[in-house]
Design a protein around this ligand. Structure first.
Ligand code: PLP
Length: 470
């Protein structure tokens, strides 16, 4: 499409427009207008191309979402065809062939009797819809007091008012109001942060007891649901101790509290299965939320998938005249649903789930090797997601001011060498496209190693840090 308005823009022009008019997610308002963002203009496989012609490995897989990689012609064709067939229908009074087929497909992929699919526009709206469904369900059942939601520190569930309220990263709430009255937080099940001298099992039991204690404290009659990511993703790839989820589910069952498993990141192959709840963590929740990898990021789409059991309790004669008044103009958008169906078909044909399970040990071993760098405190991961956490004083586990800058400093060094990493405070998370090969993993980890080492050398040079003597 040479000659189009977009193709004639220089990087500087684009950055100017971006700085002047584009407010980005999680923008630091203090430096609004001064950013020098990389301008992504192309992509192929695991690589993105910027407006300067540089090739960058997409370490975070977009935002944990580009499972099948960039530049898939089949996706473009299916999306274009669907636009010519039916670019839109109103989900409020009609249905559509692709959306109905996708709903059935998802029902077959989810565990247990999670067979009812509510389509949304992304992960936040999937979580929002799940929480609104839970409150609707309890109102239908004549127990309007059963409304409290228990969530966890380090959790990220989205950016609508309700899903943000259920998110547990405190720094994100410094300047934002939330529906704090209905959400109650328990501790993050991060074994890396457990008290010195405590075993992982003791730590797990303490975290599960915290859930039970909180339910009892609030009163089981007031607690509607527990919401949890199988692995806390944006919170720093926090992998709870073995057995944690199952024990939490048992506690929920004991007190008639619903379990919402937020699989926005862990779904669609990230951990080697369509959904991780049952296959990896041995739980069948009441509701699963998903998005991201469902379309590999080619179209915005999310879903909240509810168990037959819950639907049966409030539908039929009991439910006559009761409207679930929740939904979007773009619920079940046919172009997004067509993209999801094609994405799933590609993942099946190319055996991407099997590829993830085969590649996982190699990927984890390679990233784990980064622990020999003195400023790296911990490397953890599962499936094709990992987190490299820097600690400038590993013996203290303290949060030095400098720690807060580490992710950003490393990202900068890595980008200059052809790798995008996602910085979160002192952490860099990775969730590459699932099609990544072993050779590409080597390339990615080598650049990351050099980026971390260069950052460390810079700190020493600037007199900000000294190599510890042991
Ligand atoms: N839930 C989880 C676990 C997430 O990681 C995210 C986004 O990163 C969301 C929900 C929100 O999804 P979205 O950004 O598509 O609204």
């Amino acid at each position: 499409s040479s000659g189009s308005v977009i193709d004639r823009q220089s990087t500087e022009n684009l950055r100017n427009k971006d700085n002047q008019h584009y407010l980005h997610p999680w923008e630091d308002i203090g430096s609004f207008g001064e950013n020098q963002r990389t301008v992504a203009v192309g992509g192929k496989g695991i690589y993105l191309y910027d407006s300067e012609g540089n090739r960058l490995i997409d370490g975070p897989g977009g935002m944990w979402c580009t499972q099948i990689g960039y530049g898939r012609k089949e996706m473009a064709e299916v999306i274009a065809r669907q636009i010519m067939r039916t670019p839109y229908y109103s989900p409020f009074n009609l249905t559509n062939d692709v959306s109905a087929v996708l709903a059935e497909k998802l029902a077959q992929m989810t565990p247990g009797d999670l067979n009812t699919v509510f389509f949304t526009t992304g992960g936040s709206t999937a979580v929002d819809s799940a929480l609104r469904f839970v409150s609707f369900y309890n109102n239908c059942k004549g127990r309007p007091e059963k409304k409290k939601i228990i969530s966890r520190q380090d959790a990220y569930h989205g950016s609508t008012y309700l899903s943000a309220s259920a998110s547990g990263k405190t720094r994100d709430k410094n300047f934002q109001d939330t529906a704090a009255d209905i959400i109650s937080f328990i501790g993050s099940p991060n074994p890396f942060r457990r008290p010195v001298g405590m075993s992982e099992e003791e730590f797990r039991d303490a975290k599960v007891k915290e859930l039970e204690d909180r339910i009892l404290e609030l009163g089981p009659a007031n607690v509607a649901a527990f919401i949890a990511e199988p692995i806390l993703a944006s919170g720093g790839v926090v992998i709870p101790p073995a057995g944690y989820h199952k024990m939490c589910l048992d506690i929920c069952r004991k007190y008639d509290v619903l379990y919402i498993s937020d699989e926005v990141v862990t779904g669609f192959g990230r951990l080697g299965h369509w959904f991780a709840s049952e296959k990896v963590f041995d739980i069948v929740p009441d509701i699963i939320t998903c998005a991201k990898g469902m379309t590999s990021g080619y179209q915005p789409l999310g879903a909240c998938i509810v168990s037959d059991n819950l639907i049966a309790e409030i539908s039929g004669n009991t439910g006559k005249g009761t409207i679930f008044s929740n939904g979007y103009t773009y619920s079940g958008h046919p172009v997004a649903c067509a993209a999801a169906l094609k994405n799933i078909e590609i993942m099946e044909q190319e055996k991407i789930l099997e590829h993830v399970r085969e590649t996982e040990p190699y990927f984890l071993q390679k990233v784990k090797e980064l622990e020999d760098i003195p400023i790296v405190g911990n490397v953890r991961g599962q499936g094709l997601m990992a987190c490299v956490e820097c600690l400038l004083d590993p013996d203290k586990q303290s949060s030095l001011a400098l720690d807060y800058e580490m992710g950003g400093r490393i990202d900068k060094k890595c980008q200059a060498m052809g790798l995008i990493v996602r910085p979160i405070i002192n952490m860099n998370v990775m969730s590459p496209p699932l099609i990544i090969t072993r050779e590409q993993i080597d390339e990615m980890v080598q650049i990351l190693r050099r980026g971390i080492e260069q950052t460390m050398d810079q700190l020493v040079k600037d007199g900000l840090w000294e190599m510890p003597v042991h």
